[in-house]
Design a protein around this ligand. Structure first.
Ligand code: URA
Length: 184
């Protein structure tokens, strides 16, 4: 049987050669990284400049905040899996619905391999990507647990929103992560 590591590498190779992923994007592919048996998968939006230069997810300002929030609930980045629905840097704009729809195909392949207990949807793009037929919203429904087709999701803010708002960072998002820790 092919190992989870090999399966994830195969998906990363597919992303690196995916013409559809690359349309209108720049920089290196950012497939995601972390533990192959992670109980928690954290899903963002799309890589930023820093990520597109290194091929690693969440290493810029938002990433530093995410790493800090994880540490506050006693988790290391290496213990979880971190990725985004969109695998390339779209420039300073939000990804389009078509880009999210396409990115979902690679993301679902990764989820199938990892089989996490919880998928943490950080922000509206992550919610759109994985709960597309529902009316959930990352802001309105933050802190909510949603189970669909046997998969459990936890909704919260994108770290970039927390960087912009002390209220989100200092209170709401922190409280969400504490709740998440209790659920584990
Ligand atoms: N924001 C994201 O959503 N993903 C990254 O990898 C970096 C910033």
């Amino acid at each position: 049987m092919i190992s989870k590591e090999k399966e994830l590498k195969k998906i990363a190779v597919n992303i690196a050669s995916c013409r559809l992923c690359q349309q209108g994007m720049s920089g290196l592919p950012v497939p995601g990284e972390g533990a192959v048996n992670a109980k928690l998968m954290f899903i963002g939006e799309a890589p930023g400049v820093e990520e597109s230069k290194t091929g690693r997810p969440f290493i810029g300002r938002s990433g530093k905040l995410l790493t800090q929030i994880l540490a506050e609930i006693g988790l290391k980045r290496e213990e979880v899996f971190i990725t985004s629905p969109v695998k390339y840097f779209p420039g300073r704009r939000a990804p389009t619905s078509q880009e999210i729809d396409h990115g979902r195909t690679h993301l679902l392949a990764q989820i199938k391999v990892i089989q996490p207990k919880f998928i943490v949807l950080m922000g509206t793009t992550a919610v759109k990507a994985l709960l597309p037929d529902e009316t959930f919203h990352a802001v309105k429904d933050h802190g909510r647990v949603v189970t669909q087709s046997g998969q459990t999701y936890f909704l919260t803010f994108h770290p970039a929103a927390a960087l912009r708002s002390p209220k989100i960072w200092g209170g709401l998002m922190r409280a969400d992560f504490k709740k998440l820790l209790k659920l584990l």
